[in-house]
Design a protein around this ligand. Structure first.
Ligand code: ATP
Length: 349
């Protein structure tokens, strides 16, 4: 039994979440799982209509009454600076202390990668720190708007914050039989935060003697993810580097239309969302690729403890690509909705 909140959000969000919903329903029915799915009206339309992003009461209910939420996308050209998106998304991440941004990047079918030689495959899981670093909002500006302007942005790294994300990466490696964890930083230049991350990485790593560990500078890592991505299994890194590198990882394994992500705090409420944004340029045209959202549905089922149902959904994603039941971005002729219908029928079989 599980409860999942569905937040379509903006742009292509509602279209891809509708597909995630039919896939979730079919997978749950096929595996005898009872899942309650409720739609939540959060996003630009509501903000422009009522002037409300999300109330404190809604935030408490969402994180207290549900096991997880599935969010399509937030971002709308009608809202300056996408203030509503920041308020809703960062508010939920911080209030629920979702310190892990979990981004699996697996090459499902070799042809999907823009890289020439992908043998022996790509299967990397990024653990991006999700609550600190340069995203903590610590800094300020002085003499703003003048030629004497000074702007600062400080990177916040706490021992506790670093320890828990590093430990989560090692625990995931141990649980899933992965043999190596790689720390990515810029410790040769950013010596203070780099020193802290490296010390914690070594200290936590000692507790996992069967897992190899290495450290890479972020610039070398960007090159290596193109040159020999098969070398990496689990990558743990700061908020900013994780944001950038996991997009690179998504691209070398098939692009934005395929990449799911989870905002996690083990044992508590989780928020799953595709890595892509609201893509307003293609919204409402029925061509948005729903596979990233379906990947989020799989992560949500695993979060509920239904590993078998999650594996069935993953298998369905691979089958849809192999059989060419895809949207035009992957070379197919299917619509967003028909991909969902095909998957639901396959899961019902
Ligand atoms: P954000 O800043 O919210 O990440 P963005 O505009 O930078 O948003 P996306 O919304 O992710 O980036 O989209 C970038 C482009 O990629 C879109 O214009 C769209 O053409 C394409 N795209 C993104 N997601 C999908 C998808 N699910 N299916 C097909 N094309 C997509």
């Amino acid at each position: 039994m599980g409860r999942i909140a569905l937040i379509g959000g903006d742009g292509i969000g509602p279209e891809v979440i509708r597909v995630a919903e039919v896939v979730l329903e079919a997978a749950a029915a096929g595996h005898g799982i009872r899942v309650t799915l409720d739609h939540w009206d959060l996003g630009a339309d509501r903000y422009l209509r009522d002037g409300v992003t999300i109330t404190d009461e809604e935030r408490d209910r969402l994180t207290g009454d549900y096991d997880a939420a599935l969010l399509g996308a937030l971002g709308d050209p009608r809202v300056p600076d996408n203030a509503h998106a920041r308020d809703i998304l960062l508010g939920l991440r911080f209030s629920a202390d979702l310190y892990i941004n979990f981004r699996p990047c697996r090459l499902l079918v070799p042809d999907l990668s823009p890289l020439r030689n992908t043998d022996p495959g790509i299967d990397i899981v990024f653990f991006r720190e999700n609550t600190e670093g340069l995203y903590a909002g610590v800094g300020g500006s002085f003499k703003t708007g003048t030629r004497d302007e000074i702007a600062t942005e400080q990177s916040i790294n706490t021992w506790r914050g670093v320890e828990r994300i590093v430990r989560a990466a090692f625990e995931h490696a141990a649980r899933t039989g992965r043999g190596r964890v790689t720390l990515v930083d810029k410790a040769n230049v950013l010596r203070h935060e780099g020193g802290l991350w490296r010390r914690v990485f070594a200290e936590v790593g000692v507790g996992f003697p069967d897992i190899a560990r290495d450290a890479m500078y972020v610039d070398a890592m960007a090159m290596d993810l193109v040159r020999r991505p098969h070398r990496y299994e689990v990558v743990v890194t700061s908020n900013l580097f994780g944001d950038i590198l996991s997009d690179l990882g998504a691209q070398v394994t098939g692009g934005l239309g395929l990449a799911p992500s989870g905002n996690l705090n083990p044992g508590s409420w989780a928020l799953f969302e595709p890595v892509h944004g609201s893509a307003p340029d293609i919204a409402g045209r029925g061509i948005a690729n729903p596979l990233a959202a379906v990947g989020c549905a799989s992560l949500a089922l695993a979060h509920l403890g239904s590993e078998e149902a999650a594996a069935a959904v993953d298998e369905c994603i691979v089958a849809s690509i192999r059989e060419g039941v895809t949207t035009p971005d992957l070379g197919g002729h299917a619509t967003t909705r028909t991909v969902g219908e095909w998957m639901a029928a396959r899961l019902a079989d």
